[in-house]
Design a protein around this ligand. Structure first.
Ligand code: GUN
Ligand code: FE
Length: 428
C-alpha cells in the first residue's frame, strides 16, 4: 500500500485536546504515522494537496440495517410495531441472496459517500452472508450480524426461526467472518429486540458472546408499545430484564434507549453498557426524544446511527448530526448539544461504543488511517469572520462536501466515485 501524505489540510483531530490546526498527515499502509506541520514529502508514494480542505476522522455509525436500504419510499408513516409488521418484516421476508447483496452495496456506497468509515450493522434472518460479502468487497470497517428472532408478535413465515437454528446459524457466520481482513470485519450477535426473542435465545446469546468474546447489538426501549409488551411478558422494564438475563455488560450495545427510568439509566452506567442515538429514526417513527445530554453527563458512551434507510432516507451522518443537535435545543437550551459534542459522538463516541477507541475515532499517530477530507467549497462568509470548524461541519456541511474517504489506509472514494474491488459505484 505504501505511504500517502495529505498536505496542508485544516486537521480536526477529535482527540482529547480537541486540537485543530493546519498541517500534514502521513499514512503508511493502514496506519497514521505522522501528524504535524511541514512533514517531508520525500519518499511518499503519493501526495494529496489538501490546502483549503478539512481533514477529520471518518464517521462511525453505531446502528444501521444495510438490508433495509431497498425499503425506502413505502407509505410508512407508522409507529414502530405497526411499521415492522406491515412494512419491514414482509420486505425482509422477500429478500433473497442477491437482493441483500445489492441492498448492502447501495447502503455502503451511500455511507462512504457521506463520510462514514465504520458501521455497526444488523441484518435480517437469512442471507446475511451476502451482506458480509458486500462489506468485504467495499473495504468499509464493519461489525455486523444476522438478526435473531424466535418469538413474539407475528412475523411472515420466512422470518420465523427456531431458537437452536438461530444460534447455530449465528455461530456459523461468526466463525466465517469474525476477524476477516485483519479484523476489519467483526461479528456481533443481533437479537432483534426482547419482543422478538425467547429467554432461551437471549441466554444462548449471553453465553456464546462470552465464549467468542464478541459484541451483542440489539434495540431497546425505543417505543412505548414495545416496552409494554416486554413488561407484560417478562414482568420487568426492558433494561432491568436484559440485566436479569445477564446481558447488561460492556459488550452490549443498545440502539435508541429513549424511554429509560432512573433504575435503567443506573444499570446502563454501572454495567458499562453502550448506547446508540438515532435521532432521525426516533422522529420518523414518532418514537420519542432520547435523553442524550443526561446519558452523556453520566459518562455513558453514546454513538450515532442512521438506523435503516427508511428511517433516515440516505444513511447520511451529516443529517443525523444536525438532528442530534437540533432536537435537544428546544428542550434543554441552545448549548445542551453543541456542535463539538455532536461531532465527538459521530467519531470518538462511536469508537467508545464499539470498544475501538485505541484504533479509530480520532486522528492520532498509531491509529488506523480512517479519514475523511471535506471540501467546503460552497461555504462563504466574510473573510474577517473567525469560523468555528465544528459548527461549520455540523450545521453547514452536506454529503456533497465529501471529497475523499480513506479506510484502513486505502482510498475508497475519490472525485465522488466510491471504489470497490471490481467495480465503481457512481452516486450522483
Ligand atoms: N426494533 C426491532 N426491529 C427494528 C428495526 O428493524 N428498526 C427499528 N428502528 N427498530 C426495531
Ligand atoms: Fe434499528
Amino acid at each position: 500500500m505504501g505511504t500517502l501524505l495529505i498536505q496542508g489540510a485544516q486537521i480536526v483531530t477529535m482527540n482529547d485536546k480537541q486540537n485543530v490546526f493546519t498541517g500534514d498527515l502521513l499514512i503508511k499502509d493502514d496506519r497514521i504515522v505522522g501528524i504535524g506541520e511541514d512533514l517531508s514529502s520525500e519518499g511518499a508514494d503519493r501526495v494529496i494537496d489538501a490546502r483549503g480542505k478539512v481533514l477529520l476522522p471518518g464517521f462511525i455509525q453505531t446502528h444501521v440495517h444495510l438490508c433495509q436500504t431497498l425499503f425506502r419510499g413505502r407509505a410508512d408513516d407508522l409507529e414502530l410495531l405497526d411499521w415492522l409488521q406491515q412494512r419491514i418484516w414482509p420486505l425482509e421476508a422477500a429478500h433473497d441472496e442477491e437482493s441483500i447483496y445489492y441492498s448492502a452495496m447501495l447502503g455502503i456506497g451511500e455511507l462512504i459517500s457521506s463520510g462514514t468509515t465504520t458501521l455497526l450493522d444488523m441484518e435480517t434472518v437469512h442471507h446475511t452472508d451476502s451482506a458480509f460479502h458486500a462489506i468485504a468487497e467495499t473495504g468499509i470497517r464493519a461489525v455486523s450480524g444476522k438478526v435473531m428472532m424466535d418469538h413474539g408478535i407475528e412475523v411472515p413465515a420466512p422470518l420465523q426461526e427456531k431458537t437452536e437454528r438461530s444460534l447455530e446459524e449465528s455461530v456459523r457466520l461468526l466463525e466465517k467472518w469474525n476477524g476477516y481482513d485483519s479484523g476489519r470485519i467483526q461479528y456481533a450477535f443481533c437479537p432483534r429486540f426482547v419482543v422478538s426473542c425467547t429467554e432461551e435465545l437471549l441466554i444462548g446469546v449471553r453465553d456464546l458472546s462470552e465464549q467468542y468474546q464478541v459484541r451483542v447489538h440489539t434495540h431497546a426501549s425505543e417505543n412505548r408499545g414495545e416496552i409494554e409488551v416486554v413488561e407484560r411478558e417478562r414482568g420487568m422494564r426492558n433494561i432491568v430484564y436484559l440485566d436479569h438475563i445477564g446481558l447488561a455488560k460492556p459488550n452490549l450495545i443498545l440502539a435508541h434507549c429513549i424511554w429509560l427510568d432512573e433504575q435503567e439509566k443506573t444499570i446502563i452506567r454501572e454495567r458499562g453498557v453502550k448506547m446508540t442515538h438515532c435521532p432521525g429514526s426516533n422522529l420518523k417513527l414518532a418514537s420519542g426524544i432520547a435523553e442524550v445530554p443526561d446519558m452523556l453527563s453520566r459518562h455513558v458512551p453514546v454513538g450515532l446511527g442512521a438506523d435503516g434507510a427508511p428511517c433516515n432516507n440516505n444513511l447520511d451522518m451529516f443529517q443525523e448530526m444536525r438532528l442530534a443537535a437540533l432536537i435537544q435545543k428546544p428542550i434543554h437550551g441552545p448549548t445542551a448539544m453543541d456542535a463539538r459534542t455532536v461531532l465527538r459522538m459521530a467519531t470518538m463516541g462511536g469508537a467508545e461504543v464499539l470498544g475501538m477507541e485505541e484504533e479509530i475515532g480520532s486522528l492520532e499517530v498509531g491509529k488506523k488511517a480512517d479519514l475523511v477530507l471535506l471540501d467546503l467549497y460552497d461555504f462563504h462568509t466574510f473573510p474577517s469572520h473567525e469560523v468555528d470548524v465544528y459548527s461549520r461541519i455540523v450545521y453547514s456541511a452536506t454529503r456533497g462536501n465529501v471529497d475523499t474517504v480513506i479506510i484502513d489506509g486505502k482510498i475508497v472514494m475519490e472525485n465522488r466515485v466510491v471504489r470497490t474491488l471490481d467495480r465503481n459505484i457512481v452516486l450522483r
